[in-house]
Design a protein around this ligand. Sequence first.
Ligand SMILES: Cc1cc2nc3c(=O)[nH]c(=O)nc-3n(C[C@H](O)[C@H](O)[C@H](O)COP(=O)(O)OP(=O)(O)OC[C@H]3O[C@@H](n4cnc5c(N)ncnc54)[C@H](O)[C@@H]3O)c2cc1C
Length: 384
Amino acid sequence: MNLSDIFTSANRSDTEVDKIIYSRDATAEDGECLGVVWPRTAEELHKLFSYSRRNDVTLVPRGAGTANQGQCIPQKSLVVDMSKMNKILEIGDDYVIVQAGVVLDDLNRALKDKFFPVIPYTHKVCTVGGMIAANAHGLHSYYGKTGKYVIALEVVDGAGRYLKMNSSTIKNFIGFEGTSGIIVGAKLRILPKQLARTASIFKFNTVSALVDKVMRLKKENNALAIEYFDERASVLAGLDQGFHILVEYNDNTGNIKGIKEVAEALEMKEKIRYILYKHRYTQIEDPYIPDDKLAHFLHWLSKNQVPCFGHLNINVLHPCFKEFSKMVDEMYEKLSFYNGRVSGEWGWGLKRKDKMLSADIDKMKLKNQQLDPKNLMNRGKVYA
Ligand SMILES: Cc1cc2nc3c(=O)[nH]c(=O)nc-3n(C[C@H](O)[C@H](O)[C@H](O)COP(=O)(O)OP(=O)(O)OC[C@H]3O[C@@H](n4cnc5c(N)ncnc54)[C@H](O)[C@@H]3O)c2cc1C
């Protein structure tokens, strides 16, 4: 069986230009792409796995390719672009059934007075399948990660089996970065649209005072997002000297009111990453740090002059480094000392697979021995 027996010429390509386009994702590093296919049905995917098994051709599933740790960079693989499986199949009162390639903003537009609440920065292009495989976080970390809203999945696993799942097995595809199979479709929980939004900016002279306030806010349970700006990020964002948090509320608590005013205040959190980047802080990390060590870790970063912003209601930080900074390794050591995790948001991909804990690697390998026995899925990523 050849690819031409499965896909029409409009839905497969091995032209040089497509191989170049699909050799990258948002990480801006090159891999080696053997070609691209655009499946339209689960049956085509099932046949693709037979082809892949017989010819030992590895597969890289791809949504919009916004992954930024090399998750979609092919290593002599065929890229499976899911963007043509983008139908919204059913909208219920509190659920929606979609194909994996649907773009998040298209979904939320169709949901009208309801919404899918996990909204990453890349919402204009990112796909539901990519979000599930990455277990993405949103701008409003209050809502948690994508996986929390997955009720059922339709997949073709790495062994080529078409599976419909609504039990605990769905977790073998959530956050697995396309290493266990291809997500074909999903049933997702949706919520009534959030209407009220206000914001406040708080300034502190010390990180411990700031962390005390954050812990109180978490108990109050009405903050959609608590965004951190250390003293360096604060100045670059146009705030005063000192440490700041920008809090977005789902009610009228905040003193910044009005749609335009709130949107203006929130722009700061979108811009800070790019402002730091322009100041040559090109390496941005995303560690997670537990509540009881948050103040210690923020203090350590500040003392070592590592600029930092982050999302404090989920304790994910973005310390920023200039190229070749030795501080990155020191930061990882400190993180391990404080029982933190290397990635709280962006995952492992190619770039950080050497930083995964051996216990996590063993757990994933064990699952993938059953789901992808020939290691055809996203080979060379995450742990292998
Ligand atoms: C500027 C920028 C901002 C970002 N902001 C955020 C943010 O706020 N929060 C956040 O969590 N992430 C963020 N990201 C990372 C990324 O945008 C998210 O992980 C997003 O959900 C990926 O969706 P995608 O459709 O682009 O997936 P892709 O990048 O195409 O794929 C992501 C992973 O999922 C796999 N995959 C894709 N589709 C499928 C499928 N159908 N079946 C199985 N596996 C599949 C891929 O192999 C890959 O491992 C950001 C990235 C950039 C560049």
